[in-house]
Design a protein around this ligand. Structure first.
Ligand SMILES: [Zn+2]
Length: 415
């Protein structure tokens, strides 16, 4: 009963889990305070160079886009068991819901008091990370029912719900990743409570009381070919409740309860933070201690801010983890990374920036480095690139990279 009271007040429970650990939370559903006015206050100059270590987000950077495949799972071909992409109202609701991910990640609000959060004075209104959603319907009765993972939300049994290399959809992860008709991207599965579905569907959501647990998978910096998945259960059942039952229960209209539904998007925006490698805690504060952070799980927190160090952590993961597979081919920030000392690059990585080798720098590269098709590699005086082992410069489509500036006959050697 207590659960239902909370449910009525807060409209939903959204929770999340990373890898194997799951926590419950009841986030603030008030997300109407997002402001873009702070966009005007950005401090950094356009076109500046930095080293990779000193990278800062500047207003002039062009955002880079992460492909996210929203897999709308269906139990069968006969009945409607999830959002119907041919239904204009439902398709638009899904689009509006996922569009909010970009609203959150591009409109951070600068808190007036950072007590408990972070001591820096810097602030980024825009992560310069966008999510590009592709919607894919898939009939798969086993995948559709997350209870096949062993999880049972009614019984607060969350084991199995979290995407991992051994979770119940690991075979499907691999199968979809190998399908050339599907864009390379994060898989975000819209799964369902199979046991109560028919009853709740028939009742148009009446009696819906399931906790809104969501779960996401951290990126991997060791297996760059690995998939990344997110599990978002029961959104369709929640939609039925918002669409048909909530207006009755709360004596209001669907145009109002539709906004309640979209209010749940903050939970999924938080999950995508996990996908980008962010946790509830970081080197500046403990779990859920920053009341403004989008990565807080705590009830009543504003969750419309992300501290600069975390934004940069996400960008680092977009360069160095398995996420390099999922960024759109034309993603290019437009800045220039200065390489000002000789280095050996022995890990595969991807840049969305120009690279400038300063005078006399020798860069030894032993694994592939992926560069944006628009990027340039600029050589200073006597600067050199030496390729060893698997070292090469390529574009995201595997075409050899060749946009060099000030390259001489001795600039690039292979050994
Ligand atoms: Zn979380």
């Amino acid at each position: 009963m207590k659960l239902f009271i909370y449910f009525s007040i807060l409209l939903s429970f959204v929770s999340c889990a990373v890898n194997q650990s799951i926590g419950l939370t009841m986030p603030d559903q008030q997300n109407g305070n997002i402001s873009s006015e702070s966009n005007n206050k950005i401090i950094n100059q356009a076109g500046q160079n930095s080293t990779i270590e000193n990278f800062k987000i500047t207003n002039d950077l062009k955002p880079i886009s992460l492909n996210v495949n929203v897999i709308v799972l269906r139990r069968d071909n006969k009945s409607q068991t999830n959002f119907d992409l041919k239904n204009t109202e439902e398709k638009q609701l899904l689009i509006d819901y996922f569009d909010k991910m970009n609203t959150y990640w591009n409109n951070f609000k600068n808190p007036s008091d950072l007590t408990g959060c972070y001591t820096g004075t810097d602030f980024y209104p825009d992560s310069k990370i966008r999510f590009k959603f592709n919607y894919i319907e898939l009939v798969d009765s086993y995948a559709w029912n997350y209870m096949n993972s062993g999880a049972d939300l009614s019984a607060k049994k969350y084991n199995g719900l979290s995407p991992s290399e051994s979770w119940y959809l690991s075979d499907l992860d691999k199968k979809l990743a190998a399908d050339p008709s599907i864009p390379k991207g994060v898989f975000l599965y819209l799964t369902m409570e199979g046991r109560n579905f028919d009853e709740l569907n028939k009742a148009k959501g009446k009696g819906f009381h399931l906790n809104g647990i969501e779960a996401s998978q951290f990126p991997s910096s060791t297996n760059l070919e690995r998939t990344s998945s997110v599990n978002i259960p029961n959104r369709y059942l929640k939609y039925l409740w918002h669409r048909y039952q909530a207006p009755i229960d709360h004596k209001t209209s669907w145009s109002e309860t539709r906004n309640w539904h979209l209010g749940d998007a903050i939970g999924t925006a938080h999950e995508l933070g996990h996908t980008l490698g962010l946790s509830h805690n970081n080197q500046y504060h403990g779990a859920n201690k920053c009341q403004y952070s989008i990565m807080s799980q705590a009830a009543g927190h504003a969750r419309n801010y992300l501290q600069p160090t975390e934004v940069l952590k996400a960008h680092k993961n977009l360069r160095e983890s398995n996420l390099i597979q999922f960024v759109t081919e034309d993603s290019f920030l437009g800045n220039t990374f200065s390489i000002n000392k000789s280095e050996i690059w022995s890990k595969k990585q991807r840049f969305y920036s120009n690279l400038k080798l300063e005078d006399n720098v020798v860069l030894t590269i032993s694994e592939p480095v992926i560069l944006a098709p628009q990027a340039k590699v600029i050589f200073g005086k006597n600067a050199k690139i030496i390729f060893t082992k698997n070292g090469k410069l390529i574009q995201p489509n595997n075409v050899e990279f060749s946009n060099f500036v000030n390259k001489t006959a001795t600039s690039i050697t292979k050994s």
